[in-house]
Write a protein that binds this ligand. Structure first.
Ligand code: DGY
Length: 317
């Protein structure tokens, strides 16, 4: 008999996923803010979370047969983990497999913002590019500079590895020290104030939690160097967007690059979208074919384990 699962996603899930489920599961799609009115909550055994819609504990309570929640992705800030814990429902996520791709994107954004890649591309295609000008679009040197990593976990570690190839000095701020990064890469633990005031590049790779929400605000941006570049590869909520807008408008930092925003997407008339000194991506950190395949397989493994009454292999709560 097929397991009854609810797939929470406001977009069509990545095409590699549903075929992995369709042999053993009957799939019910949940696309709007609320699940469809005709959902038989009592029958639902598994929840597969593909997008970043909020998943509330009160809703989990309405599914007495729910045995597992599986998230396509590592960040679970859109899931009421306390609610799931209280109800004893295991939540699985996809740690590890996306570290390299996300670190690559973090570094891509760092380089692109430092070296004006997006502005340069637009300019080179436009009518104003009539001759080479050696004084045009001068960026910031990456090689030999200081990188400050806020959140040196698995992804931050991969960012630090990439930085060592660019002869960068790595400083970091984290909940606790990361001895591996210190021993292998020479990363140095500093306070957040020291990090933002001395780094040439600040990258954000911490999870969004009660402690990290709004962690980079007016004060921290005010401490940054006027030549510094900020890259957010974490979640939009860790950064105060109003304060960032001010800092970019007043040229108090050189540039920013955001893989993520809050809300996501930003309203189409949001003033950040009109700024030249910020690059904005549609949340592409882990978006490679290989990584998304690995995430699909891992998240389906978690789901099937929970449905079959086995230990969820990659469990966050
Ligand atoms: C992640 O894995 O957290 C990505 O941001 C996609 O949710």
């Amino acid at each position: 008999m097929a397991y009854q699962i609810l797939v929470q996603s406001d977009v069509d899930p990545y095409e590699a996923i549903l075929p992995l489920l369709s042999d053993s599961c009957q799939i019910h799609m949940w696309r709007e803010e609320e699940p469809p009115a005709d959902t038989d909550f009592a029958a639902i055994e598994g929840l597969y979370v593909y997008s970043h819609m909020w998943l509330d504990g009160a809703l989990m309570e309405r599914m007495p047969g729910l045995r597992v929640i599986s998230n396509f992705g590592v960040g679970c800030d859109h899931i009421d983990l306390d609610g799931a814990k209280r109800l004893g429902i295991p939540v699985g996520n996809t740690p590890g497999v996306l570290d390299a791709a996300t670190a690559d994107m973090t570094f891509t954004l760092l380089m692109a913002a430092a070296r004006n890649v997006v502005r340069g591309d637009h300019f080179a295609r436009g009518p104003e590019f009539i001759e080479y000008d050696p004084s045009f679009l001068l960026g910031q040197e990456v090689a030999g500079s200081t990188l400050g990593i806020v959140g040196l976990g698995r992804i931050g570690y991969q960012v630090a590895r990439r930085a060592s190839g660019f002869d960068m000095e790595v400083i970091y701020h984290n909940r606790g020290p990361n001895r591996r990064a210190e021993e292998e890469l020479g990363a140095r633990y500093v306070s957040l104030d020291e990090l933002v005031s001395t780094a040439d590049f600040v990258t954000l790779t911490m999870p969004l939690t009660d402690e990290t929400r709004g962690m980079i605000g007016r004060r921290e941006l005010g401490l940054m160097k006027p030549t510094a570049v900020l890259v957010n590869a974490a979640r939009g909520g860790v950064l105060d967007h109003e304060a960032l807008l001010e800092a970019l408008r007043e040229r108090r930092i050189y540039a920013a690059a955001l893989d993520v925003t809050e809300p996501e997407p930003l309203p189409r008339d949001h003033p950040l979208l009109a700024m030249e000194n910020v690059i904005i991506m549609p949340h592409l950190g882990s978006a490679t074919v290989q990584t998304r395949d690995a995430m699909a397989r891992m998240s389906v493994k978690n789901l099937m384990a929970g449905l079959e009454g086995r230990e969820v292999p990659y469990r966050i709560a």
